[in-house]
Ligand binder design. Structure first.
Ligand SMILES: C[S@@+](CC[C@H](N)C(=O)[O-])C[C@H]1O[C@@H](n2cnc3c(N)ncnc32)[C@H](O)[C@@H]1O
Length: 329
């Protein structure tokens, strides 16, 4: 069964060039310091409810569609998101990846493995990952808190975080942790937000009617929902004197009643594609914001082939300007 520190364990590690605490000796504790708002935020509560959520998935044997119904609309929707990494896989044909927040039986790592790459699945607990490993769906896994990874700097070529960042209680810590442990880039596939556009209210209403969503800002597990924005990622990289980010905005359409329908030739498939198409049209007309985006956050200057592959796949590359007040040491 899963083992996970029950209290905010401070882990000893090599100080990272990306983020060092003033004390120098310890890095990224799971318990906030007073400066991080210890008297106001309680990340342990978030960790506890997410641990419970993952354990619940196991006890209910709630397997993701990629394992149980690979031909379904639900599996197609998830695979559509994971296909966003394909330009990267083309440029790095034998890359190694770590997934974070992959607590739905390591489905993200499974997808990378199926595409011929090494992938270590991690999540807050290893409950569902151990089962996925037992079934041969993933090859390597361990429990990791994205906000305090126990891995050494530069351990993997890439880190993938899909649909998980917005669930972390202090996601900025996770952002810098992911960058610390990767060599080339961190990839985030996440909900996004931007200044409201006229029809955004329509999307909120549709979610309420079709899915029963009553809250947009907070999730039932108790977290604030940290949707990313392009500007926010840009700023987090500017703080590190980063080189560039690549972004592709897109839409998804989750209609729970059609999740299990065949991904091709069914009413559910048509309704889902129509929902995506309609949102895409409205987003391009600037009447509605895109709901999701894939961010490739580069640790070093992206190569020319990488830029080309991403551009051909619909990503735009945003250079991070040099800070004129900092001289190279
Ligand atoms: C919505 S699921 C996404 C699972 C998978 N990435 C996918 O796209 O299907 C979010 C996952 O993040 C995990 N999680 C939440 N907080 C975490 C944290 N601090 N560190 C690592 N994983 C966390 C949750 O337990 C859950 O398994």
């Amino acid at each position: 069964m899963a083992t996970f520190p029950t209290s905010g364990t401070i882990r000893r590690r090599t100080a990272s060039p990306l983020l060092a605490l003033p004390s120098g000796e310890y890095y990224a504790s799971a318990t906030p310091t007073r400066m991080q708002g210890a008297d106001r935020v309680n990340p342990e509560r978030s960790y506890a409810s997410h641990r419970e959520y993952e354990t619940g998935l196991v006890s209910q044997a709630a397997l993701p569609a990629c394992y149980t119904a690979p031909e379904s609309v639900d599996a197609w929707r998830h695979d559509r998101l994971l296909r966003l990494v394909e330009p990267i896989l083309q440029c790095y044909p034998k890359s190694d990846w770590m997934t974070v927040g992959d607590g739905q039986f390591g489905a993200d790592a499974h997808s990378l493995l199926a595409r011929g790459h090494r992938a270590v699945a991690t999540s807050l607990t290893d409950d569902s990952l151990a089962i996925a490993h037992g079934k041969g769906w993933i090859s390597e896994y361990h429990a990791e808190n994205a906000e305090a990874l126990s891995l050494a700097d530069d351990s993997f070529d890439f880190v993938l975080c899909k649909h998980a960042y917005h669930h972390f209680p202090r996601p900025a810590l996770a952002f810098y942790e992911m960058l610390r442990v990767c060599r080339v880039a961190a990839v985030l596939i996440e909900p996004v937000e931007a200044a409201p556009r006229p029809l955004d209210v329509g999307r909120t209403l549709a979610k309420r009617v079709l899915r029963g969503d009553t809250q947009a800002e907070f999730e039932p597990l108790g977290n604030f929902v940290y949707r990313l924005s392009v500007r926010e990622v840009f700023k987090m990289m500017a703080a590190l004197s980063g080189t560039a980010i690549a972004v592709k905005e897109f839409n998804d359409c989750w209609l729970p009643r059609y999740s299990a329908a065949p991904a091709h030739g069914s009413l559910g498939a048509a309704a889902t594609r129509l929902g995506i198409w309609a949102q895409d049209v409205l987003s391009r007309l600037r009447l509605m914001n895109f709901g999701l985006a894939a961010f490739v956050v580069f640790k070093a200057e992206p190569s020319a082939p990488m830029r080309t592959a991403l551009h051909e796949a619909g990503f735009r590359t945003i250079p991070i300007p040099r800070n004129p007040y900092l001289t190279p040491s």
